[in-house]
Ligand binder design. Structure first.
Ligand code: BG6
Length: 484
């Protein structure tokens, strides 16, 4: 297969918060990998901007360290590292004051693509936007990249949207949800809209239910103070899982175009019904061996924040009324695995006697990570003589095996940053989408806060609280096993 990567033009990318964790772990190593892939045009500049008092040389040394720590050693090629480091520059900046802005203006070239990545606390978004605009550093073609958390409720999300909209047009704003940068998440759209096979069955008439699972083995240690104010609902459901749900449930957009795709996602969010208290289960992990439990990780021994949540959701529209979407996500679970499973209904009539086999539903599983791929569980005849006996087998496709080298599962961040430079907003959340997601999330959170609900404890290394099993059992269904 010939690579058909869309080239990008020369650019200046400014990273605010360039000394922070995200920049060192994801953004800068990701950009290095794009240099290695030959995708960053010569002459482009990557300008770190942060409070730390250092010069460009010291910043380059920091970035070299980040590459050594976060890039696969097999991909560390000295010439490419040198090429990347030569693109770097650094400005000491005071986000709330005046210091450094003239220096920055002198470095950013107005005649190439300009992008500004706000890898900083959301409370600084407004200050940065105002200074970039008023000082004429970011013009009408500049791109502004922001990260989650994009608010912690509808009111704060609206305030952030306004802080950006006061200075920039929506077409300039790129809100990252890194799940949308994952290869398999984009593959959801390819599978749905580039094949005729699934669409006729993709509705409540044929789909019994959908399960979306994002399970993690890590706890929240090290980021307890952020997480404790957030919890699984704000940290994962309002954004990443909502995006997955939208891509599964949305109508075909008329074109793979930013607003066409986002319009359809927005309709799904707006059609989501509120979740009744008995349709959700919240949990908190317990200590295991030397590993602390949630209450120790969060540093609040009384915390009621959930590290696990399972929800049964309904989408009230013509396509999906009658098909529940079960969502679950949690920390310190049995395995790190993310998948979407679409379980189809039984055929209307069976021509085979029950004695002749063990009929099971067709299930389409899309594995997001690890081992990205798809698996369609089908009934076939059990081999051998002795009559017609049925057995379920998987039609299994691992993208790595099917595509070999081409499977190159590029990190979500580097893919998204390249889309920013290309000016393609398809994989970024629009302001109204984020607000609609909070409008759905807020009353659910307010409900459990008003009731004073405590999350149920669960053992680390399991599949979460027992009541989450009941959420499906009482509907005569069961969760898929959490395993790698
Ligand atoms: C982040 C959350 O957005 O996504 C983390 O804040 C979570 O809590 C992470 O661990 C999961 O991302 P991934 O790509 O590892 O599935």
């Amino acid at each position: 297969m010939v690579s058909r990567v869309i080239p990008v033009d020369e650019f200046d990318l400014v990273i605010f918060g360039a000394t922070g964790d995200l920049a060192n772990r994801k953004i800068l190593p990701g950009l290095y990998r794009r240099v290695l892939a030959g995708q960053i045009p010569q002459g482009s500049q990557i300008i770190g901007a942060a409070r730390s008092d250092m010069d460009a040389e010291a910043f380059r040394a920091q970035v070299r360290g980040a590459i050594e720590e976060h890039v696969n050693p097999a991909k560390i090629v000295p010439e490419s590292v040198a090429e990347f480091l030569a693109m770097l520059d650094y400005v000491v900046i005071d986000a709330k004051g005046e210091g450094g802005w003239d220096d920055l203006k002198a470095k950013v070239r107005p005649d190439v693509i300009n992008a500004f990545y706000f890898s900083v606390a959301p409370s600084l978004f407004g200050d940065l936007a105002e200074r970039l605009h008023k000082r004429g550093i970011a013009g009408p073609d500049a791109r502004i990249v922001v990260e989650k958390p994009f608010g912690r409720d509808l009111t704060s999300a609206k305030a952030l949207n306004k802080a950006l909209a006061d200075h920039f047009d929506e077409t300039q704003i790129y809100r990252i949800d890194h799940y949308l940068g994952k290869e398999t998440v984009q593959n959801l759209m390819a599978v749905r809209f580039a094949n005729i096979l699934f669409e006729p069955l993709w509705n409540a008439q044929y789909v019994d239910h959908v399960q979306i699972t994002v399970a993690e083995t890590v706890g929240v240690g090290g980021r307890g103070s952020y997480y404790d104010k957030s919890g699984a609902m704000r940290d994962m459901v309002q954004n990443h899982m909502m995006q997955l749900l939208c891509l599964i449930a949305m109508e075909p957009p008329y074109h793979f175009d930013p607003d066409a795709v986002r319009d359809e996602k927005l309709k799904v969010i707006r059609a989501l019904q509120s979740v009744a208290p008995n349709d959700m289960v919240r949990g908190q992990y317990l200590a295991k061996g030397d590993e602390p439990g949630y209450l120790a990780d969060s540093e609040d021994p009384e915390s009621k924040t959930e590290s696990y949540i399972a929800l049964k959701c309904h989408i009230a529209n013509w396509r999906w009324t009658g098909t529940p979407f079960y969502l679950r996500t949690g920390k310190r679970l049995r395995a790190r695995t993310s998948e979407i499973a679409i379980t189809f209904k039984e055929p209307p009539h069976s021509i085979f006697d029950e004695a002749e086999g063990d009929w099971r539903e067709n299930v389409l599983v899309i594995r997001l990570q690890p081992n990205e791929g798809m698996n369609l569980k089908m009934m076939i005849k059990e081999p051998g003589p002795g009559g017609m006996r049925l057995v379920q087998v998987p039609l299994d496709m691992s993208f790595a095996e099917a595509l070999g080298e081409e499977a190159d599962i590029t990190d979500a961040y580097e893919r998204l940053i390249m889309d920013v430079i290309r000016g393609n907003q398809t994989l970024f959340m629009r302001g109204d989408e984020v607000e609609a997601a909070w409008a759905w999330t807020d009353p659910i959170i307010e409900g459990w806060e008003a009731r004073g609900d405590r999350p149920q404890p669960y053992d680390s290394g399991t599949s979460g609280p027992d009541d989450a099993l009941m959420l499906m059992h009482r509907d005569g269904r069961r969760w898929r096993e959490i395993r790698e």
